[in-house]
Design a binder for this molecule. Structure first.
Ligand SMILES: [Zn+2]
Length: 346
């Protein structure tokens, strides 16, 4: 089959479009013809080998996690799904046997593997995965929309609903509105929870798009001080919750924008992994910080239910043919996009 893989770490130029062996559906697995794959930062980190993701070659690695497509074949023991079903894939494979998995906390699985990072992924014509990681799509949902969902909506849903418990009468600060997680957080906070949303971004064009998605107030952090603006907007109180997926560059401003007793959720650190924490603010203002990585299989089921009903409407910036994966990686590195970048196949 045709796939995009790497045989060494490096820039977008190490992405090779070529022939790789076609996977087969083992017992309990489904083989999917991939129609759309969404890019995530993880793809870039896996490609360049930074952030603890350095690996030995050979064998080559096919990149790609989030994807959607059509089931071609079911392995022995697959009960619910059947060939022809249109599905979206949860790229985090959990063991379903360790203590957290048995407790329904499979987001904390001790043996989890990520498609396209630990094992071959979805920049390919076909992929074979456990049936429990494939979720059926309604007819009206496109493969591009569905592929845009897992790695952005899973941490956002887990964070906003289960960890931060954002309520309709509260205010949330969403950092970097233009990235996949930012767009998902604005939409979930507004359309599903009904909270007031303050978003940050870097240009008037992106600010207009964030407002169109549902942000009540947008702060352009190139011109305005985040903490001061949040104080003005909230009458000096600060926000109830923060959704952070960018890390180091904005942590101090965002953490000090939280009200006393506020909750801070972080599910990514694209601007840097290390920062300083003001312990005085943490304890004297009784703030809470939650680290979030993806979500549970039940979170995914709930999100796909909302996707199928049209409640979740993922933002797709643009699509590229699979063979042009390197151009898509380039676009992601330049951060000149709003929403998800998608690789498509006929
Ligand atoms: Zn497990």
């Amino acid at each position: 089959m045709q796939a995009v893989y790497i045989e060494a770490h490096g820039g977008p130029e190490v992405l090779t479009y070529g022939e790789r062996p076609e996977p087969q559906a083992l017992a309990g697995e489904v083989k999917i013809r991939v129609k759309a794959t969404a890019l995530n930062r993880l793809d870039l980190y896996t490609r360049d080998g930074g952030r603890g993701l350095e690996r030995e070659f050979p064998p080559p690695l096919i990149l790609g996690g989030d994807c959607a497509g059509e089931i071609m074949e079911c392995g022995d023991g697959v009960a619910v799904l059947k060939p022809g079903d249109r599905v979206v894939v949860n790229p985090r494979l959990s063991c379903l046997q360790c203590a957290p998995c048995l407790a329904g906390q499979d987001d904390q699985c001790r043996r989890s593997r990520f498609l396209g990072s630990a094992i071959d992924g979805s920049y390919a014509e076909y992929i074979a995965i456990p049936a429990a990681n494939a979720h059926p799509l309604a007819d009206g949902v496109t493969f591009e929309q569905a592929a845009a969902v897992p790695t952005t909506y899973l941490p956002v849903w887990n964070m906003l609903v289960r960890r931060l418990q954002l309520k309709p009468w509260q205010t949330v600060l969403v950092l970097s509105a233009s990235a996949g997680v930012g767009t998902a957080a604005i939409q979930m906070a507004k359309d599903v929870i009904g909270a007031r949303v303050i978003a940050t971004t870097s240009s008037p064009e992106k600010a207009a798009k964030a407002a169109a998605l549902g942000a009540d107030v947008v702060i352009n952090y190139k011109d305005e001080d985040i903490r001061e603006r949040v104080r003005e907007i909230t009458g000096g109180a600060g926000v109830d919750c923060v959704v952070d997926h960018v890390g180091a560059d904005f942590f101090a401003a965002a953490f000090s924008s939280l009200r006393t007793g506020g909750r801070y959720g972080i599910c990514g650190a694209t601007t840097g992994l290390r920062t300083e924490l003001h312990l005085g603010q943490l304890f004297s203002q009784q703030k809470e910080i939650y680290g979030v990585f993806m979500g549970t299989k039940e979170d995914m089921r709930e999100i796909v239910e909302m996707l199928n009903r049209g409640v979740v409407k993922p933002s797709v910036d643009r699509t590229f043919p699979l063979a042009e994966a390197a151009a898509a990686h380039q676009a992601m590195e330049e951060t000149s996009f709003f929403g998800k970048l998608i690789l498509t196949q006929e």
